[in-house]
Write a protein that binds this ligand. Structure first.
Ligand SMILES: Cc1ncc(COP(=O)(O)O)c(C=O)c1O
Length: 458
C-alpha cells in the first residue's frame, strides 16, 4: 500500500467509510484502488492486473470495457438526461425496457416497475405485497418467509429478509413479520444417509410447519434466490423448488424469485427460474440487467399482483410509492443495449458452455486436502474450504481459511471473494475457456501455497 499522505490509499483511509469492510482494520490495511478495466480484467493504481472473478459484485456480464454501453449512455445523456414516471409521465427507454423485460420473462408477467438497486427492489416487493393483501381485504396476511443464509440486500426490509447474522447484528433487525426457514445446503445440512430428494422433502416440511405454526392466513409471500449467492453459492438439492412451490400454492402464498444474481444468463439459462423450474409471481432483477455500468433494478409482477394494486391505488387515489431515479433514462438505455449484447453474443450460451468447463475444472480440485465441497451451475461456483475433510471442520475460526486463500489468490492475480470459507467464482459472462484455465490454475497455486501454513498451525 502507498502510505504517502496524498496517495489515493491514504485519502481513502482519511475520507471514506467502506461497505462490508472492518472499518477499524481498514485504517491499517488500506484499500485496493482499482483504476481501470479491460474485458474480464481490472488494473489497480500500481499497474497490477487481475482477473475479476466476481464480475465486480456478480454483475458485469459484458466485461469492463464495453464501448457500446458507453455510447448508449452518451446518446441518451445528450437526448434526454433525466426524466421520471410519476403522475403518468414516461419516456422511451423506460417503455422499451419494460416491454422487453415483460416479454423476456419465463412465466407470464404483467408489468415492470423500476428501482435503483436490488435492496430497493426487494423493499418495493414487500410493500407491494402488503398493499395487495390490504387490497384483497386480507389485512392479517403480512408475514414474509425468506431463508437463513439468503441474501436480499441491506435496506431495512431487505436486510430483514436477508438471513445472515452480519446484516442483523447491532442493526436491530430483522423487523417484525419476517421469518426465516431452513437453508437448502445438502452437503452441510443433510442428515446421515439422507438423499437429496429426502433432504428437499424435509425442508419443504420445515416450511409447511412454519406456515402452520404462524397461521397460513398470516403468510403473504416467500422470497428466495434460485441459487443463494452471498450466502455461499448454495445450489438447491434435486426437487427442492418443486416441493417448496407445492407448499406455497397449497396455502396461496406468493413466490418472489430474487434473480438479482441469477438473472440474465448466469446459470446458463436467461433466468435462474428456468434452470430450477420456478414459477414466480414477482421477479426481482438488477446487476446484470445493465452489467452494473449504471444502477438500475426492476420488478416484474404478474396479474395476481398487479390487479389488486391497481384497484387499491384507484381507491386511495395513487400508488404512493416511487423513486426519483426509478427507470432513469440513461440507465434504462444502457440496460437495453446490454440486453442486446447478451443476446447478440449469446452470452447465455457462453455461460452454459464455458460454465460447464469452469465447473469441471473446479471439480477436479475436489480431492485436494483443503477442499470440502465444489458447487455451482453455469458461471457461478464456490469452493468451500475445510481443514478436516471428513469432519467438514474449519481451520480455527470459521472464515480464516477462506480469507487466507482469498488473499493468496489476489497475490496470484485473481480477485474473488470469500464468504466465510467458501471462495466464490462468478466471472463476466464473456470469459473464455482459456481464461477459466488461467483463473483455476491461480486458484490451485493458492491452495498449494496455503497448505503448509494450515498444516503447520494444525
Ligand atoms: C440476490 C440479491 N438480492 C439483492 C441484492 C441487493 O442488491 P443491492 O446491493 O443492489 O442493493 C443482492 C446484492 O448482492 C443480491 O445478491
Amino acid at each position: 500500500m502507498d502510505a504517502r499522505p496524498n496517495s489515493p490509499e491514504a485519502r481513502d483511509i482519511r475520507y471514506h467509510l467502506h461497505g462490508y469492510t472492518n472499518a477499524r482494520k481498514h485504517q491499517e490495511s488500506g484499500p485496493l484502488v482499482i483504476e481501470k478495466g479491460d474485458g474480464i480484467y481490472v488494473e489497480d493504481v500500481a499497474g497490477n492486473r487481475y482477473i475479476e472473478a466476481m464480475a465486480g459484485l456478480w454483475s458485469v456480464a459484458v466485461g469492463f470495457s464495453e464501448k457500446r454501453l458507453v455510447d448508449a449512455a452518451t446518446r441518451q445523456m445528450s437526448k434526454l438526461p433525466y426524466y421520471h414516471d410519476f403522475g403518468s409521465k414516461s419516456h422511451s427507454p423506460l417503455i422499451d425496457l419494460a416491454e422487453r423485460l415483460v416479454q423476456m420473462a419465463p412465466v407470464p408477467m404483467n408489468k415492470a416497475y423500476f428501482t435503483n438497486s436490488g435492496s430497493e427492489a426487494n423493499d418495493t416487493a414487500m410493500k407491494m405485497i402488503w398493499y395487495r393483501s390490504n387490497a384483497l381485504g386480507q389485512s392479517a396476511r403480512k408475514k414474509i418467509i425468506s431463508r437463513k443464509r439468503g441474501y436480499h440486500g441491506v435496506t431495512i426490509a431487505a436486510a430483514s429478509l436477508t438471513g445472515l447474522p452480519n446484516n442483523h447484528l447491532s442493526f436491530d433487525l430483522p423487523i417484525a413479520n419476517v421469518l426465516h426457514t431452513s437453508t437448502p445446503h445438502y452437503w452441510r445440512e443433510a442428515e446421515p444417509g439422507e438423499s437429496e430428494e429426502q433432504f428437499a422433502s424435509r425442508l419443504a416440511g420445515d416450511l409447511e410447519k412454519l406456515i402452520l405454526a404462524e397461521g397460513p392466513e398470516t403468510i403473504a409471500a416467500f422470497f428466495g434466490e434460485p441459487i443463494m449467492g452471498t450466502g455461499g453459492v448454495i445450489v438447491p438439492p434435486v426437487g427442492y423448488w418443486e416441493k417448496i412451490q407445492s407448499v406455497l400454492s397449497k396455502y396461496d402464498i406468493l413466490l418472489v424469485a430474487d434473480e438479482v444474481i441469477c438473472g440474465f444468463g448466469r446459470t446458463g439459462e436467461m433466468f435462474g427460474s428456468q434452470t430450477f423450474g420456478i414459477r414466480p409471481d414477482i421477479m426481482v432483477l438488477s446487476k446484470q440487467i445493465s452489467s452494473s455500468y449504471l444502477p438500475i433494478s426492476a420488478l416484474l409482477i404478474n396479474e395476481r399482483v398487479f390487479e389488486p394494486i391497481a384497484e387499491e391505488s384507484d381507491r386511495i387515489g395513487t400508488f404512493g410509492h416511487g423513486f426519483t431515479g426509478g427507470g432513469h433514462p440513461v440507465a434504462a438505455a444502457v440496460a437495453l443495449e446490454n440486453l442486446k449484447l447478451i443476446e447478440e453474443r449469446d452470452l447465455v450460451g457462453n455461460a452454459r458452455a464455458v460454465g460447464a468447463h469452469l465447473q469441471a475444472r473446479l471439480r477436479r480440485l475436489a480431492s485436494h486436502p483443503l477442499v470440502g465441497e465444489v458447487r455451482g451451475v453455469g458461471l457461478i461456483a464456490a469452493v468451500e474450504l475445510v481443514a478436516d475433510k471428513a469432519g467438514k471442520a474449519p481451520w480455527g475460526k470459521p472464515g480464516a481459511l477462506g480469507a487466507l486463500v482469498n488473499g493468496l489468490l489476489q497475490q496470484n492475480g485473481v480477485i474473488s471473494r470469500n464468504m466465510g470459507d467458501a471462495i466464490a467464482f462468478c466471472p463476466p459472462l464473456i470469459i473464455t475457456e482459456a481464461q477459466v484455465n488461467t483463473l483455476v490454475d491461480a486458484f490451485e497455486r493458492s491452495l498449494t501455497a496455503a497448505l503448509p501454513q494450515v498444516r503447520a498451525q494444525g
